[in-house]
Design a protein around this ligand. Sequence first.
Ligand code: NAI
Length: 301
Amino acid sequence: MSEIRFDGRVAVITGAGRGLGRSHALLLGSKGAKVVVNDMGGAVDGTGGGAKSPAEEVAAEIKAAGGEAVADYNGVHTPEGAKGIIETATKAFGKVDILINNAGILRDVTFIKMTDEQWDGVLKVHLYGSYYVTKAAWPIMRENNYGRIVMTTSAAGLYGNFGQTNYSTAKLALVGFMNSLKAEGAKFNIMVNTIAPGAVSRMTESIMPKEVLDLMVPELVSPMVALMCSEDFKESGHIMAAGAGHFAKAQIVESKGVYFNPKSKVTPEDIQGKLQDIVNMEGAVTPPNAMDGVGKFFKKG
Ligand code: NAI
């Protein structure tokens, strides 16, 4: 197996001053990528931004190891900030080949107590931030007929988590974003995939026991991200889970289901009578796109 390298490739990694983003940046930088280390600083809830040191330190680390990197301090959560991040890439390195949408914040609180500000703030960074930066990078990738984009989802989005309705909503929305974007990127050699990471960081250090956290190093997530950013990875639409040495694929599937005659009346009781068959997940499939998903309504058998 040949070594995966990123020589000549320009990678933008958002929220790369700490945690997972830092680890992705160091790995890609060590494999020849020119890295834009974006991070606006700030606390885990997104307040108090403006610290330059996280991005600066990671860029310095990449350079000290013989790589190429530039720090960027823009916030992903505004269109202007996102454009600024991509401009940093084009000014320093002339293009963008790889985008890892990783920046994130938490504002955990039960739904009953959640304020609009806590809801909006989390959606702004995770969902709008990924949208704004992707929007700014997209024309460049199309023009160059090359792009590798990785969204960052979460088990909280895929499966739910108490006290995280804002975060779960934003994180699963990124899967929907990927699903449609992959179709638009295909003919331009732009692959769009998603990581569902599990790693110790300031986001998770207070909610998991130490013996678990000791195994959950960000360096056990980044290799999967790097693979999805590589030239040879010619697939789109994967949700890959990675954490503590475990790698897996997550998928939205639909059961084979049950067909009633569409020209006859169907009652709730008819459905109740067939419920066990409807929810039987044996032979469940993922339609490649919405049209195929809807189209199967008309295919009996
Ligand atoms: P972290 O808090 O260590 O790193 C996130 C970085 O994003 C911080 O350095 C922060 O300054 C930066 N950031 C926040 N808002 C920003 C903005 N508006 N613009 C630019 N940078 C901004 O957290 P961690 O754990 O490394 O998280 C990275 C990503 O992985 C996040 O999207 C998070 O939701 C996701 N994730 C992490 C999991 C974990 O187990 N650590 C689990 C599932 C998802």
